[in-house]
Design a protein around this ligand. Sequence first.
Ligand code: ADP
Ligand code: MG
Length: 247
Amino acid sequence: MTTMDGTATQKGLTVALDGVSFSYGEASFRFDAEFEAGRITAIMGPSGSGKSTLLNLIAGFETPDAGKVLIAGVDLGDTPPSARPVSMVFQENNLFAHLSVEANVGLGRSPSLKLGDADRAAVTKALARVGLAGKEKRLPRELSGGERQRVALARVLLRDRPVLLLDEPFASLGPALRDDMLDLMAGIHAEREMTVLFVTHQPEDARRIGQDVAFLDEGTIAAIGPADDFFDRSGPDAFRRYIGDRG
Ligand code: ADP
Ligand code: MG
């Protein structure tokens, strides 16, 4: 696929978990799910329900005790995170504190930190896309929290993977900034059509950009389906109670 400015990008791929089981001592998880190519799924559920664990298994930061993680039908086995067709953004600490914005974004393309002219041009373009034109030489500490998350998104653009995992990326931002970031995210998704799994505690955020919802409870996916089924038609009881608790 090609964006409006002619840059080739990779379209989303299906993500599947087939009989995946995993545990941290007492906490055990069992995931069976298929996330459709090119859609945004909001991952919701109480603290400790396994949202981060689900993403970490897909990203390869954790390895299933049994079962498979498949992308476009290909079993990722023990493929390390860097070789998976996946990128991930966390709530914080996405950036290397001692590296410039340019170097942090450039890592999306060149792990060696050696940026050629083409890499540098791509970094400049990605920074402009996320609203940070001209901030190449700044250090992360010279940016606001929202700007740092924009840098993390610019790196995702350079990495250009068909699957994007977002673990509460905007949770530490205020509501107005969060809305801006969600709009930016939705715009990038419309251009690239990657498969996005977006963990959020905010029902309004899930509603705003989620096409599907997966509701996690006690280490498993208790319900999954179109966002309208969860929000307009009130969804499963456990989901309604969860939303009510947060009301
Ligand atoms: P969520 O993201 O939904 O809040 P997590 O996936 O982070 O939930 O955690 C699910 C459960 O696994 C929790 O009970 C948590 O304490 C446990 N857990 C998560 N990460 C680790 C870890 N690295 N070591 C041990 N236990 C962990
Ligand atoms: Mg978490």
